[in-house]
Design a protein. Structure first.
Length: 255
């Protein structure tokens, strides 16, 4: 895995910009862990053509920085891989840069990710690990909002597959996706694979992509709820039922 480093630039008051460099990431991690920059409330992702910033965010979360109580905002559209899913398929998915989902088994994203109505395109994922999407996993209190995901391909042979979040414990607001999703285990959804905590809200969001599943707990917005007694609030969320390729399966449709 490539290591992408991050530099903080103070803008005004407690607002900082994240700019990916190649020298200061470890110092940033140390400072965050030691509380030296604990008053930072907003991070602005400065995007560029090689998307080092978003990979840098994934790297920081992997290193234990959850961004709890903080906001990460996109500053521009981001393209991870050029072309369309149809073109990738014709080329047998060769020479694509794989996406590293944000969060892992030990650290989940806990802050607010604000796409600021920008789009991420060209995400390519083909994994066998639980929790697959732009975000692997989020916790209660987190929010993903104002984000568009386009021309992306997400495939997993394990549980919890969604184009935005694989394992969701937080909220989703004003998010859209036209991704192609292929899931071969339980909990596969257009936006969210599985919900694992209580009081999750999915609002003003839509899935306009293609979903193919050969297992159970599948839905156009949300695959399923894997939490006893959980309350899930889904409102103003839409999808095209014709986009779901789940023939000859017993499906629990949710959302």
């Amino acid at each position: 895995m490539s290591v992408f480093n991050v530099e903080l630039k103070k803008v005004v008051d407690d607002s900082y910009e994240i700019e990916i460099g190649y020298e200061l990431a470890n110092k940033l991690i140390d400072d965050l862990e030691n509380g030296l920059v604990g008053n930072i409330r907003k991070f602005a992702v400065i995007t560029d053509s090689n998307v080092k910033d978003l990979y840098g965010l994934a790297y920081l979360v992997k290193e234990g920085i959850t961004f709890a109580g903080k906001t990460v905002s996109m500053g521009a559209d981001v393209t991870v891989n050029e072309g369309t899913v149809e073109q990738w398929n014709a080329n047998e998915f060769a020479n694509l840069t794989p996406w590293i989902p944000i969060g892992d088994e030990t650290t989940e994203f806990a802050g607010t990710f604000d796409g600021a109505n920008h789009k991420i395109s060209g995400i390519y994922i083909n994994l066998s690990e639980q929790g697959t999407g732009v975000f692997r996993s989020t916790v209660a209190g987190s929010t993903i909002q104002n984000l568009k995901l386009e021309e992306s391909y997400i495939k997993s042979t394990s549980k919890y597959v969604g184009s935005i979040v694989g394992i969701c414990g937080g909220n989703i607001t004003n998010v859209s996706s036209d991704a192609t999703i292929i899931g071969r285990d339980w909990y596969v959804g257009g936006l969210v694979g599985g919900v694992t905590s209580n009081n999750v809200t999915i609002d003003s969001s839509c899935f306009l992509g293609q979903l193919n599943s050969s297992s159970h707990y599948v839905g156009g917005i949300l695959g399923g709820v894997d939490a006893n007694g959980a309350t899930i609030n889904v409102s103003n969320a839409t999808y095209d039922v014709n986009s779901l390729d789940i023939k000859n399966k017993t499906i629990n449709f949710i959302a």
